[in-house]
Ligand binder design. Structure first.
Ligand SMILES: Cc1cc2nc3c(=O)[nH]c(=O)nc-3n(C[C@H](O)[C@H](O)[C@H](O)COP(=O)(O)OP(=O)(O)OC[C@H]3O[C@@H](n4cnc5c(N)ncnc54)[C@H](O)[C@@H]3O)c2cc1C
Length: 568
């Protein structure tokens, strides 16, 4: 990405076709879609990229089996098509994941689950006929778009006790009688956002974080840009653009609330909090994911993720602070109780390696006929200033949401510029074997680097070769390298210890305990970052304190929520 200072200079000086507000997956997707259709694009993010809901998901790129229960067939079908496209466009980032519905004390698994999985297979393109391999589909499977090369999952099937245990070794204490095996996909949500932003920049978009939109810039009642406040300096300037796109997720109704409510009658966004926990792989070993019953007909997932086990999620109404959502103790107890009951384990809060929570931008629809445009889960509004608001949806469906948004723009301008994002590879996938070995870098780091960065893993390794210390892991036994901190500062606009530990790497939620116990790890990160950003010793100490406050505010190791006035 552009260095932030260069991005700020360009944002202040140029006039753009489009300014996108919000640097989560939706805003990133809109920026990419618009840039690839020839628009000049600016994107501004109030805090850090993906610091909102887009870093707090269950990390599944999926159709969503549970939406089938509500007969939300259109949504599931769309998400399954997007899933297939994503695994093709970003195979290093979006990876197939086997999932198991285990059965106990019965010779065959629940027939109704099988009916649902049959439907799921049928709805995923090519399901059943093309098994577990990449398939080049002729053309034009969706609205004239050439589908290109697709990954296609195997059909679901019944598997034996031994096969279930191979995929879910954590069930050894409670062997199942059999199970269903089916497939979805998994990603690092933040990395997906950063990768999409990187591609948008490749097509000319200019993006900057820590720029908060305070109001719209207007001419004759039309939005012609936004006023932004630079959170780092408190200075203000205008970003001029013909169209403003509001992609601020759960904050969508806070940008010009009167305009949105009075004219479009924006259904209220009613945030719902979802909490996740992480555990050591050794404490709950999983090769595939497990669908875990959680009482009252609800299920949660237990998933292998980045070398840990990820468990979630809860789903409760939430009316608290949105910027730093705290992982609630009740939610954690609920997740642990369901996990322990299912796996016959005795895991407690002391076993967590981290926790995080996020809020879904759920739309509580009033009268849907009054909405300007409606798609089941994503909502698009155009209001009198010309501002276009896009909210709702899922991580999985970001591309479809972006297409819908930019289609609105091209339609109103009668511009012939069809969507191209279905053919834009994301982040240049590579194989770990293509990476040159660098002295000091542990063998186990190459595959995670290739998976996280694709081709840019070469750049991480060049930095690792600069100094022996940079080739070392940040935290003992985890693959993330100190070189990644430097790359994050130089190439990804990381500005704080939290940016690096919570989002560029995911150590803040995967190794929260180690980071707390080994104060040296966070210090090394702060010093490496400070070396790039020109911090003195005092600033390094202040930034470390800020990281401590941020993790307390978010409850990465639980504890009581604390107000953090200094955080943005
Ligand atoms: C617990 C949970 C689990 C989930 N699991 C999955 C899953 O497994 N699979 C899936 O497909 N989906 C999942 N989702 C849904 C998915 O995460 C969200 O739909 C998606 O991340 C929303 O992205 P967004 O860009 O719209 O919002 P956000 O990521 O919140 O981005 C909005 C951005 O706007 C910025 N912003 C706000 N106001 C301003 C302003 N005034 N100026 C500048 N910037 C501003 C914010 O800082 C924020 O970064 C899950 C959601 C939750 C909560």
């Amino acid at each position: 990405m552009l260095a932030r200072d260069d991005a700020l200079a360009a944002l202040a000086a140029q006039e753009f076709d489009v300014v996108v507000v919000g640097g989560g997956i939706t805003g990133a997707g809109v920026a990419l879609d618009a840039a690839t259709r020839g628009y000049s694009v600016a994107l501004v993010e109030r805090a850090d990229y993906a610091s909102g809901t887009s870093s707090r998901s269950s990390k599944l790129i999926h159709g969503g089996l549970r939406y089938l229960q509500n007969f939300d067939l259109g949504l599931v079908r769309e998400a399954l098509l997007e899933r297939q496209l994503m695994v093709t466009l970003a195979p290093h980032l979006v990876r197939p994941l086997p999932l198991v519905v285990a059965a106990f004390d019965r010779p065959r698994p629940d027939r109704m689950v099988g009916v649902g999985l049959n439907l799921y297979d049928a709805m995923s393109l090519g399901g059943g006929r093309r098994r577990g391999r990449r398939t080049r589909l002729a053309a034009a499977t969706r609205g004239g778009e050439d589908a290109g090369a697709y990954w296609s999952p195997e059909r679901h099937r019944v598997i034996s006790t031994a096969e279930v245990l191979d995929l879910l070794p954590a069930l050894h204490a409670r062997p199942p009688s059999c199970g269903y095996l089916f497939y979805d996909c998994q990603a690092d949500d933040v990395r997906l956002v950063l990768t999409v932003l990187g591609e948008a920049e490749r097509f000319g978009a200019v993006c900057a974080n820590r720029l908060c939109v305070t109001s719209l810039l207007e001419r004759d009642g039309r939005a012609v840009g936004v006023h932004v406040s630079d959170v780092e300096t408190d200075s203000e300037f205008a970003v001029r653009a013909d169209t403003v796109i509001n992609a601020t997720g759960v904050w969508a109704d806070q940008l010009r609330p009167e305009e949105l409510r009075d004219e479009a009658e924006l259904p209220r966004i009613s945030p719902s909090r979802g909490t996740h926990i992480t555990l050591r792989h050794e404490d709950l070993p999983l090769v595939g994911g497990a669908v875990v019953p959680a009482g009252g007909g609800r299920t949660i997932f237990a998933l292998p993720w980045l070398g840990r086990t990820l468990i979630g999620t809860t789903d409760n109404d939430y009316d608290g602070e949105l910027a730093h959502v705290h992982a609630s103790r009740d939610d954690v107890d609920y997740l642990l109780a369901a996990t322990n009951a299912f796996f016959a384990t005795d895991l407690g809060v002391g076993d967590l390696t981290g926790a995080f929570a996020g809020v879904r931008p759920l739309i509580s629809t009033g009268d849907p006929r009054k909405s300007v445009d409606i798609s089941r889960k994503a909502e698009l509004y155009e209001t009198s200033s010309g501002m276009i608001t896009i909210t709702g949806g899922k991580l999985t469906t970001w591309r479809a949401m972006a297409r819908m948004t930019v289609d609105r723009l091209t339609e109103r301008e009668s511009r012939d510029a069809p969507c191209r994002t279905h053919e834009i590879p994301l982040g240049q996938a590579i194989e770990p074997a293509q990476l040159a070995r660098v002295e000091g870098v542990p063998d186990g780091a190459y595959a995670p680097l290739a998976a996280r960065y694709g081709h840019a893993a070469h750049d991480v390794l060049s930095i690792a070769a600069e100094r022996a210390a940079l080739a070392q892991p940040i935290v003992h036994d985890r693959p993330d390298l100190l070189a990644e901190v430097v790359l994050a500062a130089r190439r990804e606009q990381a500005r704080s210890v939290g940016d690096v530990l919570l989002r560029r790497t995911r150590l803040g939620i995967l190794a929260a305990r180690e980071l707390r116990a080994d104060g040296d790890a966070a210090r090394r990160v702060a010093e490496a970052l400070g070396g790039e950003l020109g911090w003195d010793r005092q600033r390094i100490a202040a930034e470390l304190r800020l990281f401590e406050l941020e993790t307390r505010a978010e409850g990465t190791l639980l504890g009581a929520p604390e107000p953090v006035p200094a955080l943005t």
